[in-house]
Design a protein around this ligand. Structure first.
Ligand SMILES: Cc1ncc(COP(=O)(O)O)c(C=O)c1O
Length: 365
């Protein structure tokens, strides 16, 4: 048996007629940038998340960059975030000239809200928590800190499309919230894509300018902007994908429950903890495993792909060396974390096969 970490061919084949029609529709329309598909997707995505506005952008990194620019965050400012994330979260902060300040993680692998306040100074302008692995961060505590210190909350929702906190979708809590539609994401394009959500009309108008060269009207540039437009073909694909997002998230939740059922008794493994009042959409299923590196090799020999998210934390990457921090919990966790395959085209039978092999590995030690 060969079990891939993701299966994009199966994804395309599952609804290929709809995808083909969507793509051909754009090709036939002769309108490729900022047309009806992007406008339609923005409306539907805002409706899905529960915000007044959504703006399609080129990718998740630029969604975060534009969010920071829209809030006038730049040189001399500090932004608090986590080091246990895709490098893009911190790259966005650096790209606007601000300084990333890293906080250690909690048992859910998220920014530890109880350690945030000690890192707040007069030049702290925002917190970017990341709803890592598909589960919401401790939004109650983080929102209270933001209110108390009058700093902005920017949610990084790149891994949590459809996840909820207190029955409300993530991406509707911060002043500006950012999504990626990289193909592996729960809502994935067939290329790059991203979106920003907000309820604030002033910021919405500013974000529209920033993604399109800073133009207010055509050829009138009010601010320095980027070229960060979601294109019509990706928007048409995302409109199809959005129809299946809830169904796919449910499948991920069922597969996660199957993993829990089969692995509950394995004492060498710690299963992912569920945060109270939140519903994960299991972008990733991450266990903590004894003899992790041996397990990876064993599973590989049985045709099972696994990954580590992330093997080197952001603060220890060479390009971030001036922001190196003391984050002992994270340093410990990265030695044992392991992401097992979980995607909407994986079957329960395959999950069972993966779990049997995990058990066999520990029996063989
Ligand atoms: C948590 C997080 N933030 C930001 C990003 C950046 O998104 P993109 O790859 O679309 O730039 C990603 C995706 O890799 C991510 O996982």
């Amino acid at each position: 048996m060969e079990i891939k970490f993701n299966d994009f061919q199966k994804q395309y084949k599952s609804h290929h007629q709809k995808f083909d029609k969507a793509i051909k529709g754009v090709l036939n329309s002769g309108w490729y940038i900022l047309g009806t598909q992007v406008a339609d997707f923005e409306k539907k995505f805002a409706g899905y998340i529960g915000t007044k506005y959504a703006v399609g952008v080129a990718n998740g990194l630029e969604a975060l960059q534009i969010a920071l620019l829209a809030l006038n965050i730049g040189p001399g400012d500090e932004v608090i975030t986590t080091s246990h994330t895709a490098a893009a979260t911190a790259l966005a902060i650096i790209s606007v000239g601000a300084k990333p300040v890293f906080v250690d993680i909690d048992e859910y692998f998220h920014i530890d809200a109880s350690q945030i306040e000690e890192k707040i100074h007069s030049n702290t302008k925002a917190i970017i928590p990341v709803h890592l692995y598909g589960q919401s961060v401790d939004l109650d505590k983080i929102m209270a800190i933001c209110r108390k210190h009058q700093i902005h909350l920017i949610e990084d929702c790149a891994q949590a499309h459809g996840a909820t906190y207190q029955n409300k979708k993530v991406g509707s809590f911060g002043i500006i919230n950012c999504f990626s539609f990289y193909p592996t994401k729960n809502l994935g394009a067939f290329g790059d894509g991203g979106a920003i959500t907000t309820d604030d009309k002033y910021l919405y108008d500013k974000i529209l300018q920033l993604r399109n060269y800073g133009q207010k009207n055509r050829y009138e540039h009010e601010v320095y902007g980027l070229n960060s437009r979601l294109d019509e073909i990706q928007a048409a694909i995302l409109l199809v994908q959005l129809e299946y997002l809830d169904r796919n998230n449910k499948t991920r939740q069922k597969l996660a429950a199957a993993y829990v059922k089969y692995l509950r008794q394995v004492k060498q493994i710690k299963l992912p903890a569920a945060r109270k009042n939140s519903q994960s959409v299991f972008h990733l299923f991450v266990i903590e495993a004894e003899s992790r590196d041996g397990l990876i090799e064993y599973l590989k020999s049985k045709g099972i792909a696994t990954l580590i998210h992330y093997p080197i934390p952001v603060h220890r990457q060479p390009c971030f060396k001036e922001y190196n921090s003391y984050l002992p919990v994270l340093e410990d966790k990265i030695k044992v974390i392991l992401s097992l395959p979980i995607h909407p085209f994986l079957t329960k039978r395959e999950v069972k096969y993966i779990c049997e092999n995990i058990k066999n590995f520990y029996k063989s030690l």
